[in-house]
Design a binder for this molecule. Structure first.
Ligand code: PLP
Length: 420
């Protein structure tokens, strides 16, 4: 009996050139025309907005639709409260502002591979960011390094689930519980992904989502902060809207402020230095329409990722990601070896094939190489994080959307596997 060839090898064999062809100059591959995201706001979503606008004098600013989207999102995620804002970055900012209001200044442990607002929100709210390197199999923070950096000054661990991969471990959850240190999750790239069967974003004191166009679902721009904590929920509602006390849903809290500040018009009591990061009814209508098919879309994304990783040559690319519970809107393409010439050939072929990609994955790689971080930590701090630095130069993301045809995924794998 002959052993079955691995799936990546069979694809490579199908597309291997004959000896005769090998002598000719390589033909440019047929364009795959593969954008980072495609058709993420559908006709049905737009029709839902048009239907809403048809009524006489529809309310457009934050009102009932926002409230309904928040309730439906909370039910989907399995948390008590959600607060809709105008972007994932605003969700990050309010999360840090609420942490600061509640626990005071100190250190926040952050990843080196994340979106810029996960770090800048920490700095803007007066915390000291403490960085850790990644676990290459999840692209999330290395849990041993997180635990090693916990101190009496740690106010929170602000973890990012990168590109759909779960970054939680039971060891980290147990350690934070014992030490009574809050966990915060950024789930902007991982809607619907799970750990031990439970949705990411439901494990932490506060969790953040983004509904930017390129993500799992979209409200054009948008973000959500989720929490089970009733006090933080009221704080977040006020922070979203100038710090105004009347934004709180708690009559008890509003009365307390009225009684404490009798000289103020109760409509204009500003509890904190805050922001206006509200969303609108139109974004909420889009979100409600999108949420109905999120789970179904995510099943397609999971199948696409499995197909992609199964057919990539593991000698050239990393395929050993921890995919259990993952849910990606992007394929992670990470070279096994730090080979600049191979990387240049890869980028050239992807451009020729019209496959859009981002080097360094979604946030552009090692945050400590960025000018804002160098100013804070010095020009060479990035050298202490070699694993994220590999992704910075040799890691990519490519779009994964529900309508992606399997044949295209196989053609991309063949193209990548041919590269030598
Ligand atoms: C991990 C992460 N956090 C936060 C954000 C910010 O979200 P937004 O683009 O909606 O501001 C992003 C955006 O891509 C992200 O990837």
């Amino acid at each position: 009996m002959t052993a079955r060839a691995p799936s990546w090898l069979s694809m490579a064999t199908i597309t291997t050139k004959s000896k005769e062809n090998a002598a000719r100059p390589e033909a440019a591959p047929a364009p795959l025309d593969w954008p980072l995201m495609y058709n993420n706001i559908t006709r049905a979503d737009l029709d839902a907005v048009i239907e809403y606008l048809r009524q006489d004098s529809p309310i457009l600013t934050q009102s009932r639709q926002v409230g309904l989207f928040e309730q439906e999102w909370s039910a989907w995620l399995g948390v008590k409260h959600s607060v809709l804002v105008n972007s994932g970055s605003s969700a990050n900012l309010l999360t840090m502002a609420a942490l600061r209001e509640t626990f005071g200044p100190g250190e926040v442990i952050v990843p080196t591979l994340t979106w810029v607002s996960d770090i800048t929100s920490v700095i803007q709210c007066g915390f000291r960011p403490v960085f850790v390197d990644i676990n290459p199999r999840t692209l999330g923070m290395d849990d041993e390094q997180v635990i090693a950096r916990l101190t009496t000054q740690t106010r929170a661990v602000f973890l990012t689930h990168v590109l759909g991969y779960n970054a939680l471990t039971q060891r980290l959850l147990d350690e934070l519980k014992v030490r009574n240190i809050p966990l915060l999750e950024d789930v902007c790239e991982s809607h619907g992904a799970t750990f031990n069967g439970r949705k990411l974003g439901s494990f932490s004191l506060m969790s953040d989502f983004s509904f930017y166009y390129a993500h799992h679902m979209s409200t054009i721009e948008g973000g959500m902060i989720c929490t089970d904590d009733p006090g933080l929920y009221e704080t977040l509602r006020m922070l979203r809207s100038h710090g105004m006390v009347r934004e709180s849903g708690s009559e008890q809290l509003r009365r307390r402020y009225r009684e404490q500040f009798p000289d103020l018009n109760p409509d204009f009591i500003f509890a904190f230095p805050a922001y206006n990061v509200r969303s609108t009814e139109i974004n909420a209508v889009l979100g409600r329409s999108q949420l109905k098919r999120l789970d179904q879309n995510n099943e397609r994304r999971r199948a696409n990722l499995r197909l992609f990783l199964d057919h990539l040559n593991p000698g050239k690319y990393r395929t050993d990601f921890e995919v259990e519970g993952s849910c990606n809107y992007a394929f992670t393409l990470i070279l096994k070896q730090p080979d600049p010439a191979f990387r240049d050939r890869l980028e050239h072929r992807l451009r020729e094939a019209k496959v859009e990609f981002r080097r360094g994955t979604s946030g552009g790689g090692n945050q400590l190489r960025q000018p804002y971080a160098r100013k804070l930590l010095g020009d060479r701090a990035f050298e202490n994080y070699p694993k994220v630095d590999h992704v910075h130069f040799y890691g990519y993301y490519i779009g994964n959307y529900p309508e992606l045809e399997q044949s295209k995924i196989l053609a991309l794998c063949a193209l990548l596997n041919q590269l030598g």
